[in-house]
Design a protein around this ligand. Structure first.
Ligand code: 6OG
Length: 156
């Protein structure tokens, strides 16, 4: 039997910058990523995404736009991750460090790929070109991608 976990992943944007958080504990510790996490049974994916942004970096995110869908599998682990990726340029509040994340704005020319999940370098270019995408990644451990597929999605 295989199981699926539903997660959100949100990127807060300015024209030339992106807000990333350094994960301080748990899954992905030590890596920069967007904000997000498991969708709770009593909420929609969008509600979960907004809640996680608030919890992890203090911002109120508005007008989230769905930009991608990522599926991750890890060799030897029957649980697949289904990650729904969103972005927004609209938010208010102050950026606050949380127990889980240390947020920081990065210029788009200086995205710290060497300290991020290795899949990010593969699909970020789609996001940065404003092209909706769908990807599948099979990991061996947490640093090696042994198989992947990535395609542009037409959300018309
Ligand atoms: P919690 O387990 O902390 O949520 N996530 C990934 N993000 C990227 N870029 N690559 C991966 O490759 C990922 N696996 C998981 C989804 C974990 C957060 O990390 C994202 C969630 O936003 C394997 O609740």
């Amino acid at each position: 039997m295989s199981a699926r976990k539903l997660l959100s992943l949100v990127f807060i944007r300015k024209q030339q910058e992106i807000l990333l958080g350094l994960k301080k504990r748990g899954f992905g510790q030590g890596k920069w990523n967007g904000f997000g996490g498991k969708v709770e049974p009593n909420e929609t994916i969008l509600q979960g995404a907004i809640r996680e942004v608030k919890e992890e970096c203090g911002l109120n995110a508005m007008d989230l736009r769905k930009i991608g869908l990522l599926e991750f599998e890890f060799e030897g682990d029957p649980t697949a991750l289904e990650v729904h990726v969103f972005e927004t340029y609209k938010f208010n509040g102050d950026v606050v460090e949380s127990d889980e994340m240390r947020p920081q704005w990065f210029n788009l020319k200086h995205i710290p790929y060497e300290k991020m999940w290795p899949d990010d370098e593969i699909w970020f270019p789609y996001m940065l070109r404003d092209e909706p995408f769908k990807g599948y990644f099979l990991y061996r451990g947490i640093d090696l991608i042994v198989k992947h597929r990535l395609e542009r999605l037409d959300l018309t």
